[in-house]
Design a protein around this ligand. Sequence first.
Ligand code: HEM
Length: 321
Amino acid sequence: MLEPSTKNKPIRIRFGKLIDVLLVSDPGQIQWLNAHANIDRAIDPRASPVHRFVDRRLRDDLGFGGKLLPIFLARGAPQRAERQRALEQRLENLRGAPGPERDRIAAYVSGEGHVDEIGVLVQQWCGRLFFPDYRASRETYAAGRKLAGWPTTLPLRAFRDRVSGRLDHAKDLVAGAASDDLHCIHGTSIGMENVARSVRRLRRAAHSSDRTLSPDEILRHCLRAPPAVLRGCTAEVTTPFLDRPLTPHTLIVLLVARAYQSSGDLDVAFLSDGWSRCPAHEVVPEMLRALWHSAHHDERTPQRLFAKINDWSRQVGRAVS
Ligand code: HEM
């Protein structure tokens, strides 16, 4: 358990009960808040205009058939924890999910292929974590990206996308490809976008001249964490690092990407030490590590060489017998 630092003061923007937003980027404080029993993903739209705005964006706009994406479900929502554990177990057993998609992504990291194609490939890799016949296309990728960026879409743009039906069309495309499975919808939109951004960074790193970093340092540098995750308070909460208690009118913004940047700790990027941990916290780093090794032909090179030597000796053996 990380200690909440009292040095890194969070930023609190308050205007009576109308606006009360807390921005936190210290990894220990994030963990402390996320573990508190009165702090949850549920955002009460009656608490303030900011809560109402966020609730509409996440619950209404990104809801599917009246159901929330798993990433927005409250800690105690029925079956949330069981499904999270089951998915985590399944993804861990995939050991970095090798296959044709991963090979093509590795080729991209080593400089082949076109930059435009990578999103589609990454979405297909994410989709195949759920369904072996998942098919991504330019359209499903654009739709997944729209959903991933939806929480920060400017209000006028969001209004236009709602009214024109573009948001619903994007949701239909992503949900159709994911056979309406809510975990797969999340994985091929919000989850996928973090993976795609990490892969793009890996490609840049593979072409940089700095060869002094170890594969683990490269992975930590390239992994992209979600910029922010949101929390509400179900009752008053007194913390060791704030002068005033948090109340049900406070909206808490956990700045995960910033906390990850300052700590380089993968458990911070995936919030893996708490109840809301990402079920992909092993499969994604394992896949990124494998991409890096393939791009550099290192560590696996001896294995490939031994395989080749075995092959040659078999052929020689056959020729002389
Ligand atoms: C670089 C890649 C990724 C990062 C850094 C990441 C990070 C996170 C974080 C920080 C959370 C917790 C959010 C919260 O506390 O509210 C989360 C939740 C989640 N993530 Fe990921 N994620 C990634 C990719 C993925 C992928 C590819 C999938 C699907 C295969 C996935 C599935 C999920 C699910 C289902 C949850 C919700 C868990 C629950 O409470 O039921 N993530 N992720």
